[in-house]
Design a protein around this ligand. Structure first.
Ligand code: GLY
Ligand code: MN
Ligand code: MN
Length: 355
């Protein structure tokens, strides 16, 4: 079943007669288009992909299962949209709640004869459950992330700057036909206490924790892996913190089974870290959905309302960040199956001392 037919069934079930999909990640997920500007008008039985002349050729090549229409100067998008929805016989049209107030204002004033309404989020539950093809693409992106770590870990030594490692990560992905999924994190020594540190000119020193968080986007799908290393010999405290984060990470992966509650999986990490009073240093959520976006739909956190289901792909990434001391995060990407969790990232995660 394609994502288009899945969404069409869902529109029927939810009583949505037509939906204008404008969120570009949703548009790409639905249509296969990889450009940066496109819209889909979908009804339970028909669908049009609308773009402008910059993407006419590309859309004809990439978009499957939808009629492709494009416009150019002097036609305005809102006039072209009016014409298309009228040709499709659409009278009531749902919009995604993510649009801006300015967009809403334009559409309601410039697209006449339409009864607009804010649509229920019919896409989120579908996007969270990946098709087999999507999982295969995430898996390929994960393989590349593992290879990237293998490549850059060899460069870690005292005197090398975070910048140099960050650049090498970006080169690796680009050289291998991928995009850089997000700005890589290279955080050494005290910087490792900053969960989202940017690579700096700081040079690695012996005794540092070094956290590398990286991912590539391959064929439109992402990977997202984190490993923390010790350059030199690990202190007893470093080992203690590392071992507990690792134990939490492994336990939470094992807990990713159909029917589990996201809030409980997150809570398990906090419970384990609390054995050594470290949960207070874990300020972010345990993980997020992974797919077209790095931070795809769904979250594992203290506020999560998501239920784990087969076909979902999650990151599991507990961390402990102690200002002045440093931090540890370990992150893997996990596909939920009816038979349990399938880990997609395979780089070793036992504490590694780089000497
Ligand atoms: N790379 C950001 C994150 O792990 O969520
Ligand atoms: Mn990450
Ligand atoms: Mn992540």
């Amino acid at each position: 079943m394609t994502n288009i037919s899945r969404l069409q069934s869902s529109l029927s079930e939810s009583g949505v007669p037509a939906l204008l999909i404008s969120d570009i990640t949703n548009v790409q997920w639905l249509s296969g288009f990889t450009g940066s500007s496109g819209y889909v008008v979908l009804t339970p039985t028909s669908g049009r992909f609308i773009t402008d002349s910059r993407y006419t050729i590309q859309a004809a090549e990439e978009v499957e299962g939808l009629d492709v229409r494009s416009f150019g100067s002097p036609t305005k998008f809102t006039d072209f949209l009016s014409q298309n929805v009228s040709e499709m016989g659409v009278k009531r049209l749902g919009f995604e709640r993510s649009i801006t107030y300015g967009t809403w204002d334009d559409w309601k004033n410039q697209v006449g004869g339409i009864d607009w309404f804010p649509a229920p989020d019919v896409i989120k539950p579908l996007r969270m459950v990946k098709t087999a093809q999507e999982v295969a693409k995430i898996q390929a992106a994960c393989r590349l992330a593992d290879a990237c770590l293998e490549h850059v870990v060899r460069l870690l030594r005292p005197g090398v700057s975070e910048y140099e490692i960050g650049l090498e990560i970006e080169f690796f992905f680009r050289r291998n036909g991928a995009e850089v999924g997000f700005a890589p994190i290279v955080a050494s020594g005290p910087n490792s206490a900053r969960p989202h540190a940017h690579p700096s000119e700081r040079q690695i020193e012996s005794g540092d924790f070094v956290t590398l968080d990286l991912g590539g986007k391959l064929d439109g799908y992402n990977s997202d892996i984190t490993r923390t290393f010790v350059v030199g010999r690990a202190s007893e405290r470093q080992r203690e913190v590392y071992d507990l984060v690792l134990r939490a990470e492994k336990a939470c992966i094992d807990a990713l089974v159909p029917g589990a509650k996201g809030v409980d999986v997150d809570g398990l990490a906090r419970q384990i870290l609390d054995e050594k009073d470290l949960a207070k240093y874990f300020g972010h959520g345990l993980g997020h959905g992974l797919g077209k976006a790095v931070h795809d739909l769904g979250g594992l956190s203290t506020r999560s309302e998501d239920i784990i289901a087969p076909g979902q792909v999650w990151t599991i990434e507990p961390g402990v960040y102690i200002e002045g001391f440093g931090g540890v995060r370990i992150e893997d990407d996990v596909h939920v199956t009816a038979n349990g969790p399938e880990i997609l990232t395979h780089f070793p995660k036992e504490l590694t001392e780089i000497t």
